[in-house]
Design a protein around this ligand. Sequence first.
Ligand code: FNR
Length: 182
Amino acid sequence: MSKKIAVLVGSLRKGSYSKQIAKNLMKLFPNDYEPEFVEFGNLPLYSEDIDTPESVPAEYTEFRNKIQSADGVLFVTPEYNRSIPGGLKNAIDVGSRPYGASSWDKKPAAVVSVSPGAISGFGANHVLRQSLVFLNMPVLQQPEAYIGNVTNILDEDGNVAEGTVGFLQSIVDAYVDLLNRY
Ligand code: FNR
């Protein structure tokens, strides 16, 4: 049976470099994997006041169902102020509730950070890992996936340079190995 991978891109920007890198990664999965974008820009800011059985927003339920039906989660994110973008943190919080019924629980994950800068989103990468540890998600450790100077490796069609394909493939291969262990 094919495995579904939820792909969450930290940027909501139309021309997002992170999304372009995500598309390149998605092409490198084996045929029996189905990587699919899961959007979260429509999620109301998390509040326990609205997250009650009587008032839970339909967007929360739809998002939680999508994460629950996935076999794993691939995060591809830019860094905002040495952390992750607020929209992505909101999605993580929405998926983590109701208490005791987190959608993220035990889903193997991989984290890829992307930046036009040389520090390669290191801060975002590790801030995200901190939440994933707490959420009980086994996270790919090696190879580490920091994509820096991203504007130098994407062509105008959004494809990565030849020399980078092998690196992205090594990330996907190691992630598939991790998924096969669960
Ligand atoms: C940024 N950017 C940024 N870059 C970085 O490497 N470290 C950082 O801490 C930040 N901080 C930051 C904060 C905010 C609010 C914005 C809007 C941007 C720059 C960022 O890497 C750049 O805009 C990327 O192009 C964003 O990723 P996408 O949208 O191309 O995927």
